[in-house]
Write a protein that binds this ligand. Sequence first.
Ligand code: B1M
Length: 211
Amino acid sequence: MSDPILKQIQENLIKGKAKEVLALCEEAVKKNIPVEQILNEGLISGMAIIGEKFKNNQVYVPEVLIAARAMNSGMGFLKPLLAKANVKARGKVAIGTVKGDLHDIGKNLVKMMLEGAGFEIVDLGVNVDPEKFVAAAKEKSCDVIAMSALLTTTMGSMKATVDAVKAAGIKTKTIVGGAPLTDSFAKEINADGYAPDAASAVDLVNKLIGK
Ligand code: B1M
């Protein structure tokens, strides 16, 4: 890490200090550090550490949400600058909780982690039917469809979505997650992958799109 300010951004993000992260990002830009470097070595690397800690039960949902808020405060400032510098997202993911299911806390965590890892997110919300997933993937050229389910009764909609993606002949990968899900269920419905938690979802998406 070249400039100590990037380490400070990372550390403040991990502690969830939103105001400090914003101020440090502003200062880093004034110091002419390239915006892509601030994003990758400050914000994204901080979220990656939070993700690892979350996976290892060293931090819990509230800490992740607070870190994500700090990430967003820095991102809000960097976004227009990134667009100007023509920095592309690492890939695009359409995410939603499947049809009949209104649980969105886990889905939102996965979304925040993916954003934190530099992906562009198309958030379709909750109660998303298979056609809506497919339409979004087609219209927005998404690399991955990420589905969340918390009810055993709504898991079937995941299979319907995987089938609809295959029937549409698009190359978008499908991943699934949520408390009642298992890797063997994902295999059974021919999804491209299963992630047990939000940080693992980032690893999975990176793997699927070859990053
Ligand atoms: Co509901 N609910 N709920 N609920 N609810 C559960 C899920 C339940 C297990 C409670 C229970 O009975 N013990 C049960 C489901 C039983 C089952 O089917 N196996 C249940 C039920 C039955 C219901 C209702 C039917 C109750 C009723 O009305 N009779 C109803 C259904 C409404 C509907 O969806 N149609 C209902 C309603 C609700 C509330 C609205 C009150 C509220 C949701 C609020 C909201 O989401 N905005 C709610 C809540 C909060 C829960 C519990 C208590 C907590 C869920 C949660 O947010 N966990 C839950 C019981 C429990 O889990 N203790 C329960 C925290 C969250 C961070 O975890 O979502 O698992 P989770 O996400 C994890 C991983 O699973 C993973 O990453 C996250 C963390 O890293 N993950 C993914 C999730 N999605 C992923 C996607 C990925 C990868 C990883 O890739 C795409």
